[in-house]
Write a new protein. Structure first.
Length: 304
């Protein structure tokens, strides 16, 4: 009896792994398995995988650099695509165009190399371009909304469309692609001509500041909580006496209270339990609800 072809057989040119632990790819080093994990190298391969998922009625999850992400220990059902192999960056006049999987840090370097300014704030943000647009990533007074003029996206029914700045509807850690379930495939950064040396000095300064204040030496998911109106999440957590609080291998960072670090083989469940404890404690003490900035996806592990 002839066996039916698997997704790996159907798309031999695309790297596809089955039942692959996502802990190999997340910055927290945690996360359960993806049923199907694909690494498309082009828009065409992205569309092929999306066609397959639609034909098979599979849910689709898209991941960039997995830097501001927690994947639950039960993993992700259906198709997961990691876009880091789609990473081309080009520059024309005062614009930089980058694929969704390009590292945002590499885009800042490309901008500096072409003496283009206003992207310096992102010099140390470890995410991908797609993730940065999706989340409207920001740091040190800057955010993606200030520099991205448009993006190419794939719609759920597999059409490529262009969204201009207004259509992206940026807000605090928000972009319209979130609720429209679209996949960012490239973004255009509209910048201004500056002085390369000054741009580099600003980038170096912000990277030194980041290294001095953030626990970059340990695995983490970046900034865990959104900034509550009128407060700073890190200060609230510090003032609640939570620095050093630990469940399993996940600990509220002693260096920056807004980060949770993996100090000893943490699981995603450890992270989520620490987050819940921090939220409850801060609310009980100060009446402020800390909303997560980190994206939490996947399924809970099955209980024995």
């Amino acid at each position: 009896m002839m066996q039916s072809k698997t997704v790996v057989d159907l798309y031999p040119k695309i790297e596809i792994l089955l039942n692959e632990p996502l802990s190999k790819y997340t910055h927290t080093l945690t996360g359960g398995p993806a049923d199907i994990l694909a690494f498309p190298k082009s828009i065409k391969e992205c569309q092929e995988m999306l066609d397959y998922a639609n034909e098979q009625s599979l849910p689709v999850t898209v991941v960039g650099n997995a830097s501001n992400l927690i994947v639950k220990d039960g993993g992700i059902r259906g198709l997961t695509m990691i876009l880091t192999k789609m990473n081309r960056i080009s520059s024309h006049d005062n614009e930089v165009v980058a694929d969704a999987g390009a590292a945002l840090i590499d885009v800042t370097k490309a901008a500096q190399a072409h003496s283009l300014t206003h992207l310096e704030f992102a010099a140390g943000i470890p995410g991908s371009v797609g993730g940065a647009v999706f989340m409207n990533a920001g740091a040190y007074g800057g955010e993606i909304a200030n520099v991205v003029s448009g993006a190419e996206v794939l719609t759920p029914d597999n059409h490529i469309i262009h969204l201009n700045h207004q259509e992206l509807d940026f807000g605090y850690r928000h972009c319209s692609v979130q609720e429209n379930h679209q996949i960012v495939i490239s973004a255009t950064f509209s910048l201004e001509v500056g002085i390369a040396d000054k741009i580099q000095k600003r980038m170096d300064h912000l990277n030194a500041l980041r290294a001095s204040k953030q626990p970059l030496e340990l695995p983490s998911c970046g900034s865990v909580f959104k900034r509550p109106t009128g407060y700073f999440a890190g200060k609230l957590i510090h003032d609640a006496g939570l620095q050093g609080f630990q469940i399993g291998g996940a600990q509220v960072s002693m260096k920056h209270a807004g980060f949770i670090v993996n100090v000893d083989g943490a699981t995603a469940t450890d992270y989520l339990n620490v987050i819940a404890h921090v939220q409850k404690t801060v609310y009980d003490k100060f009446g402020v609800h800390l909303e997560t900035e980190v994206r939490i996806i996947g399924e809970d592990p099955k209980s024995n």
